[in-house]
Ligand binder design. Structure first.
Ligand code: HEC
Ligand code: HEC
Ligand code: HEC
Ligand code: HEC
Length: 353
């Protein structure tokens, strides 16, 4: 996430997740210093010194109640780094090493202990059982979310999901002695029904534009001859212009009218036209492109073209075996996260030619 946006949204504490190490530990350290980010973690260590990489915890007071907030990252997390990062610079230890001591300290200093968990749901549940004394756990990174909090032992789990797609609005209630009474609230989709904060929307737009511009500059700087841009990834399609159009004009005419023919423009509108996370589905034959930005989608494969559904042109046979389309074809892109309302029977007529 954009560090400025994070601070401006009033973030009191955050922890290190696997994605935050994409540019390596050194970069993250600089980001934390530049923005004074309240990052806490009880099990990420500096690779050289063996010391904790950031503060183990922070104490935040709200309405007279003191919350001790710490964090933990799964030692087996899938930490992917940019190819320019030579050294990660951090080691992720077992949560059982330092966390118990941190929790003990927090129990003394704060009224309530909060763990920002990047451990995954199952490991978090185990931890809640093994280490009592964590009052609240906020579970990050997992695609699944729970609209309502739930309890594991004496720990309240809040699971808002990831990528900022949802917001959890929980109000915790305490009596005069600061004893916890319970909570109200839920997690809801930040879809179109929730208006954006104008200042924040502008900030994010600037952020996206800056990334897009930088990616475009990098792509332009790559020498096409010496660094083949698609060598890393196997699937190569030809594009509708070079093949299909010649022999299937009626289908071409119909396709041009569908949303699939405008899928790349959608990314351009949102200044995400260089984000591999989005290019995967908004272009053709790119579902498996590496997500580190090392591959540029060629112009002839922008949008969801014929080959996205029918397969590579080079496999075109005339015996009726080519291009069979089933619901599985659609589900590769129309997944739970990006196409919640997908219904094959309702969607199919909109695209058939
Ligand atoms: C390679 C990815 C991909 C595949 C495969 C795919 N789609 Fe799509 N589809 C998209 C994207 C991306 C959009 C959004 C386009 C936009 O508006 O930017 C979309 C949009 C649509 C829409 C328009 C939805 C709307 O609300 O206007 C329909 C209908 C649709 N797809 C049907 C299908 C069907 C049926 C299949 C399978 C036969 C299929 N798609 C296969 C990526 C895909
Ligand atoms: C797994 C495939 C997939 C990925 C990854 C993906 N999309 Fe999509 N996107 C779709 C599909 C499918 C639709 C059509 C959804 C529908 O109408 O049911 C869609 C629709 C959209 C729409 C709405 C289009 C419209 O005008 O109605 C936007 C905006 C969008 N995507 C942006 C993005 C951005 C930005 C990213 C990257 C952060 C992204 N998508 C990543 C598959 C994907
Ligand atoms: C979103 C998926 C999708 C895309 C994109 C797509 N098609 Fe199809 N196409 C289908 C489906 C579904 C059928 C129905 C036949 C089937 O079930 O295999 C079909 C059928 C066909 C047929 C068989 C004859 C017919 O019209 O029924 C041809 C030829 C064809 N498509 C060509 C194309 C061409 C050319 C393009 C690109 C301009 C294209 N298709 C893009 C899904 C797609
Ligand atoms: C040189 C002409 C030519 C090109 C180029 C071409 N096709 Fe075809 N395609 C045909 C012919 C001929 C058939 C068989 C039509 C028939 O039997 O009616 C066919 C059949 C199909 C079918 C139906 C499958 C079947 O066997 O009934 C699909 C789907 C299809 N083509 C998609 C595509 C797509 C997608 C492209 C581009 C990647 C493409 N075609 C490029 C000539 C072509």
């Amino acid at each position: 996430m954009n560090a400025t946006a994070m601070m401006e949204s009033g973030c009191a504490a955050t922890t290190i997740g696997a994605f935050d190490l994409f540019r390596g530990g050194e970069y993250l350290q600089q980001l934390i210093a530049d923005h004074d980010l309240p990052v806490v973690s009880a099990n990420v260590y500096d690779e050289l010194t063996g010391e904790l990489f950031v503060e183990p915890y922070i104490i935040v007071e709200r309405a007279g109640v003191k919350f001790g907030i710490t964090g933990a990252l799964d030692p087996d997390a899938d930490v992917r780094t940019h190819r320019d990062v030579e050294q990660l610079g951090v080691i992720i230890g077992e949560p059982t090493e330092t966390l118990p001591a941190v929790l003990e300290e927090l129990q003394e200093k704060a009224d309530y202990v909060v763990l920002l968990s990047q451990l995954g749901l199952e490991q978090s549940k185990l931890l809640a059982e093994e280490m009592p004394g964590i009052d609240f756990m906020l579970i990050g990174v997992v695609a699944q979310y729970a609209a309502k909090p739930f309890e594991v032992g004496s720990t309240v789990f809040l699971q808002p999901g990831y990528k900022g797609q949802r917001m959890s609005d929980y109000r915790l209630q305490f009596d005069e002695e600061n004893a916890y009474l319970g909570y109200t609230g839920l997690t809801f989709d930040l879809g179109e029904k929730v208006p954006s904060d104008a200042a924040m929307a502008l900030l994010l737009k600037e952020h996206k534009v800056a990334i897009e511009d930088a990616s475009k500059r990098r792509a332009a700087a790559r020498k096409p001859a010496s660094t083949p841009t698609t060598s890393l990834y196997e699937e190569e399609c030809l594009g509708v212009g070079a093949t299909c159009q010649r022999c299937h004009q009626p289908q071409m005419d119909q396709w041009t009218e569908t949303a699939h023919a405008k899928a790349f423009a959608t990314l351009e509108r949102g200044h995400q036209s260089t984000n591999p996370e989005c290019l995967r589905c908004h272009t053709t034959c790119s579902l498996d492109i590496p997500l580190d930005g090392s591959v540029t989608v060629q112009d002839n494969l922008k949008n969801v073209q014929c080959e996205a559904c029918h397969g590579k042109a080079t496999e075109h046979a005339r015996d009726g075996s080519y291009g069979k389309v089933t619901v599985a074809t659609c589900l590769r892109c129309h997944d739970e996260e990006n196409s919640q309302d997908f219904d094959f029977a309702a969607y199919l007529p909109k695209i058939t030619h």
